[in-house]
Design a protein around this ligand. Structure first.
Ligand SMILES: Nc1nc2c(ncn2[C@@H]2O[C@H](COP(=O)(O)OP(=O)(O)OP(=O)(O)O)[C@@H](O)[C@H]2O)c(=O)[nH]1
Ligand SMILES: [Mg+2]
Length: 459
C-alpha cells in the first residue's frame, strides 16, 4: 500500500488544448511546497492566505516565471481528501501543467496514483466505498441516466440502505448474544421466533435490491449488444443505421467485416454498446477465421444479441448455426431484406423462427426505429425511467449482496432447525462481513486495488 503520509500531486484535468488546467496537491506538506514556488501578487504566503479563496499570482522556477495562475488552498478535514489541498489553476494545454507538476514533484511531492485522492477521502472517512465508486461512475458515464445513478449513489443513498441493513443484522447478533447462555427452552423459542421475524425483514430488502439490480446495471453500464449472422445478411448495414452514419464498410461481398467494430448509441438516455461482427460461416480464410472466432467469443458477455437472417436467400446450415449459438441468450431475430423477393419459404420461417421475429429492411429508417422500440420494450417495458430510490448497479455490490444472501439463508436454516445459537451467530457474522465489504467498513487491499485502479490519475 502506498504511503498515506506522502504529499501527492497530479494533473486533475484532461491534458490537451483547453482554457485552463488544474494541478492538485494533497497532504501535510502541500502548502509548504506551494509556498516555495508560488508568488502571490499581494506577496502573501499561501500559509497565511484565506481558506478556500482564490489567490492570483505566478509560479516560479527559481527566478523564472513559469505561468500566471490562480491558487486556492482547502484545509483539511473539509476537503476532497480530508487533508490540506492546494489547487493551481493554470493555463490549459500541455506545457504549463507539466511544468508546474514537475516543479511540485521536485519540491517534495510524489505523483499520485490512480484514484489516490479519492482513496484518501475514503480512508480518511469522508466518504464510504460506494460513494467513491459513484465518483468514478460519474466520470465514466456516457449518458445522463448513468450519471444520475452515480449522483444518487454519491449522495449516500446506497450507504444508507446498507448501513441500516447492517444495524438490523447487528441487532440480530445482539439478540443471539443475549440469549446464548440461557439454555431455558422458553426463552429459546421466543428467540428463534424473533430472529425469524428479523430475518424476514432483511431478506425482503435484499431480494428487492437484487430484483431491481439487473435493470439498474444495464442503465449504468449500458446494454452490451452484439449483432450476429452469417455473411452478407446486413449486419454492418444495421450498425450504420443505428449509428446514423456509415461507420462500417458495407459491400455485397460476403466476408466484408472481419474484425469486430464497436460503438455506442444513446437510446433515450440508455447506452447501447453495439458490436458488429464478422459473418459466421465455415471458412478456410485465415483472417476471416479469426474474425468468426472473435464473433463467437462476444456472445457470452452480451446482454442482447441481434441475430440477422436474409429473406432473399434460402435458409441454410450457417443460419442454423446462428440459431444454435443464440438459443440461450436474450435475442431479437431480424429477417432482413424484406424489400427483395423472398427466397425462404414461409414454412421454413415458421419452423425455424416461430412467430417471434421482425421482418424488415435495415436500410429503411422506419425499421431502425422499430428495432429500437423493441429493445426499449424488452428491457424497460418501453419506458426508461430512473428511480429515485437507491439502486444496485455495480457488479461488485451485486456479487457481495448475493454472497450475503447465501449466508443469510444459512442463518434461516439454523433458525428453522433450532441449531445452537452460537452456530447461527457464525453465519450471521459472515452476512455482516459481506455487507461491510460493500460499504468498505471492512476491506482488503485487493478490493481497494480493484476499485481504485478503475480511476484516472488526478481524481
Ligand atoms: N435490398 C437490401 N439490401 C440490403 C439490406 N441490408 C443490407 N443489404 C445489402 O446487403 C449487402 C451486405 O450488407 P452488409 O451490411 O455488408 O452485410 P454484413 O452482414 O455486414 O456482411 P459481412 O460483413 O460480410 O458479414 C450489401 O450490399 C447491403 O447493401 C436490405 O435491407 N435490403
Ligand atoms: Mg459486415
Amino acid at each position: 500500500m502506498e504511503n498515506l503520509n506522502d504529499t501527492i500531486a497530479a494533473i486533475s484535468t484532461a491534458v490537451g488544448e483547453a482554457g485552463i488546467a488544474i494541478v492538485r496537491v494533497s497532504g501535510e506538506d502541500s502548502i509548504d511546497i506551494i509556498d516555495k514556488i508560488f508568488v502571490a501578487k499581494n506577496k502573501k504566503k499561501m500559509r497565511d492566505a484565506e481558506n478556500r479563496k482564490f489567490i492570483y499570482g505566478h509560479i516560479y522556477d527559481k527566478d523564472k516565471p513559469i505561468d500566471e495562475v490562480l491558487a486556492v488552498k482547502m484545509l483539511g478535514p473539509h476537503s476532497y481528501t480530508a487533508e490540506d489541498i492546494v489547487e493551481i489553476h493554470c493555463h490549459g494545454g500541455v506545457v504549463a501543467v507539466k511544468r508546474i507538476l514537475n516543479l511540485i514533484l521536485e519540491n517534495g511531492a510524489r505523483l499520485a496514483k490512480r484514484g489516490e485522492f479519492t482513496k484518501r477521502g475514503f480512508l480518511n472517512g469522508r466518504i464510504d466505498l460506494t460513494q467513491a465508486e459513484a465518483i468514478i461512475d460519474m466520470i465514466k458515464s456516457k449518458t445522463d441516466v448513468s450519471f444520475d445513478i452515480g449522483l444518487n449513489q454519491l449522495s449516500g443513498s446506497l450507504s444508507e440502505v446498507f448501513n441500516s441493513m447492517q444495524d438490523e443484522l447487528i441487532s440480530m447478533q445482539a439478540l443471539i448474544v443475549a440469549n446464548i447462555d440461557f439454555p431455558d427452552d422458553e426463552i429459546e423459542d421466543a428467540t428463534y421466533e424473533e430472529l425469524d421475524n428479523r430475518y424476514q425483514k432483511i431478506i425482503g430488502k435484499i431480494d428487492n435490491l437484487l430484483d431491481n439490480s439487473k435493470n439498474s446495471r444495464l442503465l449504468r453500464d449500458g446494454i452490451n449488444t452484439v449483432i450476429l449472422g452469417k455473411p452478407n445478411v446486413g449486419k454492418s448495414s444495421l450498425l450504420n443505421g443505428l449509428l446514423r452514419y456509415d461507420r462500417a464498410i458495407v459491400t455485397d461481398i460476403a466476408g466484408t467485416t472481419r474484425d469486430i467494430i464497436e460503438d455506442y448509441i444513446n437510446l433515450d438516455g440508455v447506452l447501447l454498446k453495439i458490436t458488429d461482427t464478422a459473418g459466421i460461416r465455415e471458412t478456410e480464410d485465415k483472417v476471416e477465421k479469426i474474425g468468426v472466432s472473435i464473433a463467437k467469443d462476444k456472445i457470452k458477455d452480451a446482454d442482447l444479441i441481434i441475430a440477422i437472417f436474409d429473406l432473399s436467400r434460402e435458409f441454410d446450415d450457417d443460419d442454423r448455426e446462428i440459431l444454435n449459438l443464440i438459443k440461450d441468450k436474450k435475442h431479437i431475430t431480424i429477417l432482413n431484406k424484406d424489400d427483395l423477393p423472398q427466397e425462404i419459404s414461409d414454412k421454413d420461417i415458421e419452423k425455424n423462427f416461430g412467430k417471434n421475429f421482425l421482418k424488415l429492411s435495415v436500410i429503411e429508417n422506419k425499421s431502425i426505429l422499430e428495432i429500437e422500440n423493441l429493445i426499449k420494450d424488452m428491457f424497460f417495458d418501453g419506458e426508461i425511467k430512473i428511480s429515485q430510490d437507491a439502486v444496485l448497479s455495480n457488479i461488485r455490490h451485486i456479487n457481495a449482496l448475493k454472497e450475503a444472501k447465501k449466508d443469510l439463508e444459512a442463518v434461516k436454516r439454523g433458525i428453522d432447525e433450532k441449531v445452537f445459537l452460537d452456530l447461527v451467530a457464525v453465519d450471521l457474522e459472515n452476512v455482516i462481513n459481506h455487507i461491510s465489504e460493500i460499504t468498505g467498513a471492512i476491506t482488503t487491499e485487493d478490493i481497494l486495488d480493484r476499485v481504485f485502479s478503475e480511476f484516472c490519475i488526478g481524481k
